[in-house]
Design a protein around this ligand. Structure first.
Ligand code: NAG
Ligand code: NAG
Ligand code: NAG
Ligand code: NAG
Ligand code: NAG
Ligand code: NAG
Ligand code: NAG
Length: 489
């Protein structure tokens, strides 16, 4: 209940606040069905605070830790913020986002972004500091995870009356909006990098058509290296390291924080231009194309004259959730007729190299885990088999199964039998860990994590698994023949 605490703190300091519905628009959720307003240039009267808290308890209180419910947010907000105002939407359970319009200036020394309003504006102000409105925000998309959010830099967004002569000048004038976000939080996990960072950045900025400047908090060199191919396709301007750049940058508009829709997806109904996750993937294709051409020239691209075999990529893990008889899986797949490639992406593996392997594949298989985020690199119409370890059904479907289908992949969830899990050797045959993983997961996230995510390897029943592979082979072969037939007409 951080919000209400902050509000109380402010009240205690006896500051003056505006109560205003402003021009932020509103939206509604499907579950629970509720229409309410976004509180713009502040603030909640006491009885609003009470009902707001009740609402938050009702809607966000009953959920598994780590696995928030999918809120069905319908209409995007913040579309019509008027000049000279800061408008914050704090209603989404994943993210806060504030928009400032007018004379926006950065001040990194105080971790602030100022909005200067003209002398003629109406409204209550704090006479001493000339402050009209003050908001705090952490521009990161995992708002419900207190521990993660504690590592994210907080920004002060302050709108002030202009004070000629006293206020700092602009060192750099920009005539395009700025989007401010953090690349801190989870690092070294490709799921989080895409889900919490790159995809929200796409969702928040694509409509600006690259006419946007990115200002990054917790700016990491490795992040720039890893995602450097993608950024020029979202912004035609150099990015700014907020803490490392003490100049005053001036903008006509700031969007602070990122919008996010659902797990690894783009919800067409919530984004301008009817964009989808397939459009995001097309952007990746354009982003990696030059690098892949260069790699191919270096490898002297072999032309294949024989009819090609369907390609299968195995995303391999070692340690937890590894397939301990992976060599047998490879053999079985080859016997069926696949050309097999085993990939074990590391944090440092260049994404273009993973992209080129998956973009040319007919199928991808892997055990539930962050590396499966690379399904985004598969072409729509190709096959993705997720091996669902014991106790990971819900996560497998939510994080990868459902999003993969939305991208247009042929998704197969291969749910292992207890016998295929290493847990089979460690628990009695009638232990709930084997017979009823759901009941174990209900006890809490730490159980799922310790027993099923960290404590399990997989020994595939190859005879059982290869039935799936044969179907996939036939499907891929048919698709290839159709393509050849189509080409020769
Ligand atoms: C918005 O406000 C700024 C400064 O207050 C002013 O320079 C700018 O022209 C205004 N823009 C519009 C579209 O009214
Ligand atoms: C704020 O300043 C104005 C003049 O700029 C003055 O008329 C008003 O009384 C002041 N308000 C307070 C609360 O000090
Ligand atoms: C960004 O700025 C901070 C503060 O000056 C600095 O420590 C950091 O190395 C910079 N990051 C990069 C990638 O240049
Ligand atoms: C930024 O910092 C550098 C050295 O740390 C200093 O020389 C420079 O004047 C500062 N620039 C501004 C605009 O404050
Ligand atoms: C949005 O795009 C989908 C295909 O991607 C299309 O079927 C649909 O008609 C489009 N909707 C609008 C409103 O343009
Ligand atoms: C991905 O594959 C498609 C279809 O084969 C091809 O047209 C496209 O150029 C490939 N993308 C890259 C970046 O190589
Ligand atoms: C993964 O494999 C590498 C080398 O193949 C090995 O050095 C490393 O210890 C393995 N990691 C785990 C967690 O088993």
């Amino acid at each position: 209940m951080k919000n209400s605490k902050e509000n109380t703190d402010k009240d205690e300091k006896g500051q003056t606040f505006l109560l205003s519905w402003a021009s932020c628009g509103y939206y509604w959720r499907k579950r629970p069905r509720l229409l309410y307003f976004i509180f713009c240039s502040f603030i909640l009267a006491p009885y609003f605070i009470t009902s707001f808290i009740l609402y938050r308890l009702y809607s966000f209180g009953v959920k598994d830790e780590g696995f928030p419910d999918n809120m069905d947010v319908k209409v995007p907000v913040l579309s019509s913020v008027s000049n000279g105002t800061i408008c914050c939407d704090r209603s989404h359970f994943r993210t806060d986002i504030c928009v400032m319009k007018g004379d926006v200036r950065t001040h990194s020394a105080s971790s602030s972004i100022f909005l200067y309003t003209s002398k003629h504006d109406n409204g209550f102000i704090n006479n001493v500091s000339n402050v009209v409105q003050h908001e705090k925000i952490k521009p990161y998309t995992r708002k419900w995870e207190a521990g993660t959010m504690a590592t994210i830099d907080e920004l002060d967004l302050v709108s002030k009356r202009e004070n000629p002569g006293l206020d700092h000048r602009c060192d750099v004038h920009h005539d395009v909006p700025v989007v401010v976000f953090s690349t801190g939080g989870y690092t070294g996990n490709v799921y989080h990098e895409f889900n919490d960072g790159i995809l929200p950045l796409y969702i928040t900025s694509q409509h600006l058509n690259k006419k946007v400047v990115f200002v990054i908090l917790e700016y990491h060199h490795w992040w720039m290296m890893k995602y450097g191919d993608i950024l020029p396709h979202l912004s035609e301007h150099p990015v700014i390291n907020f803490t490392g750049d003490n100049r005053t940058h001036c903008f006509p508009e700031a969007i602070v924080g990122l919008k996010i829709h659902d797990e690894l997806t783009v919800e067409s109904s919530l984004i301008s231009g009817n964009k989808s996750i397939a459009d995001f993937r097309n952007l990746l294709d354009r982003a990696y194309y030059p690098r892949i051409r260069a790699l191919m020239v270096r490898n002297k691209e072999k032309k294949e004259h024989q009819p090609r075999k369907p390609k299968l990529v195995i995303l391999s893990r070692n340690g937890s959730r590894a397939i301990t008889n992976e060599n047998l899986l490879v053999e079985a797949a080859k016997r069926i007729g696949f050309q097999v490639r085993v990939l074990r992406p590391k944090q440092s593996t260049e994404l273009a190299k993973i992209y080129v392997a998956l973009n040319s594949s007919d199928a991808m298989v892997g055990v539930h885990g962050a590396a499966l985020t690379h399904f985004l690199f598969m072409r729509p119409g190709t096959v993705f088999i997720q091996i669902i370890a014991l106790g990971t059904d819900w996560a497998a479907e939510t994080y990868y199964g459902h999003p993969a289908r939305k991208l247009g992949l042929r998704y197969i969830g291969y749910k292992i039998l207890p016998k295929e899990s290493s847990l089979y050797g460690s628990y009695d045959k009638d232990d709930p860990v084997l017979t009823n993983p759901e009941s174990v997961s209900k006890k809490g996230w730490e159980f799922t994590k310790k027993i099923y995510l960290q404590g399990q390897t997989i020994k595939l029943d190859i005879r059982r698994f290869q039935k799936q592979l044969v179907h996939v082979y036939d499907y891929s072969k048919t698709k290839m023949n159709k393509y050849i037939h189509h080409q020769s007409q």
